[in-house]
Design a protein around this ligand. Structure first.
Ligand code: GMT
Length: 380
């Protein structure tokens, strides 16, 4: 197939999923055309089956805000016609599904390019549910030729907010060759030079991720006598609050903020423990990546996380903000290396069994085939 994919090309989970999906589809022989404002972060290499089409923006003084959605729609339509795309698959509803629908409609006299929208989380739970975007998000869902969601939780949330239920659940996935334990990594020595236990957090540091909870947990873990260090990977609006809190709690020397990293598997692969204390996660891709790297996960019991992290087997789950329990759970695993390893092994086993690319990518391909054949017969 000739597949157009649009993602936010930054460090968000939806961009990662869309990029890794495209790469895997190309490995399976499909032609993949990424259409976005710049090359997605995870897409370091292009080849003869992975192509990139940059959305060009004209700057004009009258525009207070540049209309990216329209430039994207124009590019989608142009690429669809030039490359004879079989479908446009957009990740994150706003504004991508609206741009894709506009593109489809603008060229439908010449060809019909079906639009598939994958919902990732905040596009429904935060942005889409906001009154300013709710009607247009519902329109995007109704007008898409196919809609998928990354978890049962997100499907239920979409039904509740938008009264729209034609949604296929296709969970996120993991490349088991890329995400794995790194036993002898120089990075481990660099981050934990005196054999400290390494706790890792990865996020985009938005309030919904509650990264400051990680700083509080580290302080309490150290108070309990465990020589641990915390590595904070990523960047975003909450980072300065975390730096301030670290200083206030006297944790400066024990926390390292490494900022955005191209290869987070390097960090997860050396983690003794992974923290994800989010207020909401429709899926919790970071938890899945950590589990694939054999890092037990301490997370919150919200959204799609209980499907990914098996409480008491591959990690422990707590209520949002329950620092005391998350600390106790961390201490259990950090104090008992055998149990920590057993949780790590079980996490990898579950990640591979339930979410390997081998299991999930064929579900996307089957969904594409279904939508393409349904729209072909409807438009014949
Ligand atoms: O909010 C983020 O963390 C980014 C966001 C995105 O769309 O880029 O992540 C969402 O999609 C990820 C990939 O499907 C999921 O793993 C995250 O759980 C989800 N985030 C939230 O629901 C808050």
């Amino acid at each position: 197939m000739n597949i157009g994919i649009t993602v936010y090309p930054t460090y968000g989970g939806s961009g990662i999923v869309g990029s890794e999906l495209g790469r895997d589809l190309a490995d399976r022989g499909h032609n993949v055309h990424f259409i976005s404002s710049f090359l997605p972060t995870r897409l370091t290499e292009l080849n003869d089956r992975i192509h990139f089409h940059e959305v060009e923006m004209m700057t004009y003084p009258l525009f207070e805000h540049q209309p990216y959605d329209l430039a994207l729609a124009t590019k989608m339509a142009t690429v669809a016609r030039a490359e004879k795309l079989d479908l446009l698959h957009v990740h994150y509803a706003i504004p991508h599904s609206i741009s894709a629908i506009l593109a489809r409609e603008s060229i439908k006299q010449k060809m019909y390019v079906p639009v598939i929208t994958t919902l990732h989380g905040t596009d429904i739970t935060l942005v889409g549910a906001d009154r300013s975007y709710l009607p247009i998000t519902r329109y995007g869902l109704q007008q898409s030729d196919g809609v998928t969601a990354v978890s049962k939780f997100l499907k239920a949330a979409t039904i509740e907010t938008f009264d729209f239920d034609e949604i296929e659940v296709i969970p996120n996935f993991i490349c088991q060759k890329h995400y794995k334990r790194l036993e002898h990594s120089p990075l481990k020595e660099e981050l934990a030079p005196h054999g400290e236990r390494l706790i890792v957090h990865v996020s985009n540091f938005r309030p919904v991720k509650r990264p400051a909870d990680c700083v509080k947990i580290l302080a309490k873990v150290r108070e309990a006598g465990v020589n641990a260090r915390l590595v904070m990977v990523g960047d975003g609006p909450e980072r300065s609050a975390c730096v301030y809190l670290a200083e206030k709690l006297g944790m400066n020397g024990n926390i390292v903020f490494v900022g955005k990293q191209a290869n987070i598997a390097d960090y997860m692969g050396v983690a003794d423990l992974f923290l994800l204390p989010s207020e909401l996660e429709s899926f919790g891709l970071a938890a899945l990546e950590a589990q694939a790297c054999e890092a037990p996960v301490i997370a919150t019991r919200i959204g799609g996380i209980p499907d990914v992290v098996s409480d008491g087997e591959s990690g422990y789950l707590s209520d949002v903000g329950d620092i005391a329990k998350m600390t106790d759970d961390s201490l259990i695993l950090l104090a008992d290396e055998d149990q920590r390893r057993a949780f790590g092994h079980r996490g990898r086993e579950l990640a591979v069994q339930r979410y390997s690319t081998e299991k999930i990518i064929p579900q996307y391909i089957a969904f594409y085939e279904r939508i393409v054949s349904r729209t072909a017969s409807a438009t014949a």
